[in-house]
Design a binder for this molecule. Structure first.
Ligand code: SAM
Ligand code: SF4
Length: 451
């Protein structure tokens, strides 16, 4: 109770804050980063380096009402085939600029629904990726799989192409909630997808589940979590449902009167969290859970957990290249985002140039603050010495920054000569504390609920 009143006083239940999958956050990207910068930043990747690659497939057979991802519905294969050709051409452009000997540490196919592609198309795409940049040792190839949009033939294509981490979307198992969010998916269908994945010895399985959905109660979320646990995922993302109908028009189909209050959202998260922890999962950052054998847990124990656009990662690569419409790349020099619309993206690639439409070039201050925020989001603490030594932070300015944070958050942060720590009781405030160190004006961006 005391914790809740403290959280209330600090504004947790009213605030809207970024999820800090990047810093600066995407609304601050601008048009001064274009195809030239993107090409130069690819060329600057050193020979023999290890990089990550993200491929975006912005199509789905069904459009779930809750979904805020950039995707479009299609019933025919035609636009998907045309888009796959664009990706193949984009991979060729990418390969032309890449230094020799570069290998992949991570390959991720996301969307949308990449498994909407027929098996032969997925094989061609995977071959083209590995022709441009081969998998390095211990590399991970993960694919987002909608359990409603998969069968043995397509799983075989992915497994034979080297997929070793499957990521399934669950959201919630309750039929009433599924009806209201426009995503029917029986437990049996989800289990059938998991069985197909496990039978083929795919090394790891991720699952996404949501809290904060309409009609969700502590009993209902507990039931969904138990069902998910029975499927034995290695890693779970427990995302807070972001209700942002002004950005994701589909969400206007979801009546807001049955959404849980922010206080109820916190309770729903807690109920789910306790079940994962009781079942032996480690808590990873603000919203992930992983078995102790999973790469995320291992990275967390080693202090090597990183934050990226997918949430959390154990990937240490300096460059993450995003191909496909709307994909974001991260380089040591800055961020670059491709044209969001499939048509504009395709037109650029057909004209033999990248579609980069905006981005952000890092300043020294950005890099320091990006590391500070990433450390808080991953480890709930940040070392002052690291910021001074590795990012050239001024010790006095840093102390002043930490002091104003402590002034605002009181005993919800612990400041010492070593740095700043977020105690366990204050973890729900992590994104708000991170925001304290964000130097950009956040007032215009429509972020989601702080909890
Ligand atoms: C690209 S989508 C899903 C992949 C696949 N198409 C599927 O449906 O299973 C990735 C994840 O984003 C999350 N997501 C989508 N919309 C969201 C929202 N409004 N709030 C929070 N998470 C959301 C969901 O958990 C979803 O599984
Ligand atoms: S949740 Fe998956 S299937 Fe549904 S609209 Fe979003 S990306 Fe498409």
């Amino acid at each position: 109770m005391e914790q809740e009143s403290q959280l209330t006083r600090l504004g947790l239940f009213d605030a809207r804050v970024p999820r800090y999958t990047s810093y600066p956050t995407a609304p601050h990207f601008a048009g001064d980063v274009g195809p030239m910068e993107f090409a130069h930043w690819i060329e600057a990747i050193p020979e023999g380096a290890s990089i990550s690659l993200y491929l975006h497939v912005p199509f789905c057979r069904r459009l779930c009402w809750f979904c805020a991802c950039r995707t479009q519905g299609t019933q025919s294969e035609e636009p998907v085939r045309a888009y796959a050709e664009t990706l193949l051409a984009e991979l060729r452009l990418f390969k032309e600029r890449l230094a020799p000997g570069v290998t992949l540490s991570r390959l991720h196919w996301g969307g949308g629904t990449p498994t909407l592609m027929p098996g032969d198309m997925m094989r061609r795409l995977a071959d083209a990726v590995f022709d441009a940049v081969p998998m390095g040792e211990g590399a991970e190839f993960s694919v987002e799989i909608d359990p409603n949009e998969i069968d043995a033939e397509r799983i075989d294509a992915l497994v034979e192409s080297g997929m070793n981490r499957a990521s399934i979307g669950v959201q919630d198992f309750d039929p009433q909630i599924q009806g209201v969010i426009g995503r029917d998916q029986s437990y049996e269908i989800t289990k059938a997808a998991v069985d197909m994945i496990r039978e083929r010895d795919v090394a790891s399985l991720n699952a996404d589940i949501l809290y904060g959905l309409p009609h969700q109660t502590p009993t209902k979320i507990a039931d969904s979590v138990q069902k998910l646990l029975s499927l034995g995922p290695d890693r779970v993302a427990l995302y807070g449902y972001a209700h942002v109908p002004w950005m994701a028009r589909r969400q206007t189909m979801i009546p807001s009167d049955h959404l849980p209050t922010p206080q109820e959202r916190l309770k729903l998260f807690e109920v789910a969290r306790e079940l994962f922890v009781a079942d032996g999962y480690d808590e990873i950052g603000i919203d992930h859970f992983a078995l102790p054998t999973d790469g995320l847990s291992i990275a967390q124990r080693a202090g090597k957990l990183r934050r990226n656009f997918q949430g959390y990662t154990d990937d240490q690569a300096e460059a993450l290249v995003g191909l496909g419409a709307s994909s974001i790349s991260r380089f040591p020099q800055g961020y670059a985002q491709n044209a969001p619309a499939t048509s504009a993206h395709t037109a650029a690639i057909r004209a033999d140039r990248f579609s980069t439409s905006r981005g952000h070039r890092f300043t020294a201050d950005d890099k320091m603050r990006a590391r500070l925020i990433e450390a808080l989001m991953c480890d709930f603490e940040v070392s002052a010495a690291e910021l001074v030594q590795d990012f050239g932070a001024d010790p006095e300015e840093l102390s002043a920054l930490f002091a104003t944070c402590a002034e605002h958050f009181g005993d919800m942060v612990q400041v010492s000569a070593e740095g700043l720590r977020i105690p366990v009781k204050a973890r729900p405030l992590t994104r708000m504390i991170a925001r304290h160190f964000d130097a950009y004006d956040l007032s215009k961006a429509g972020h989601s609920s702080a909890i």
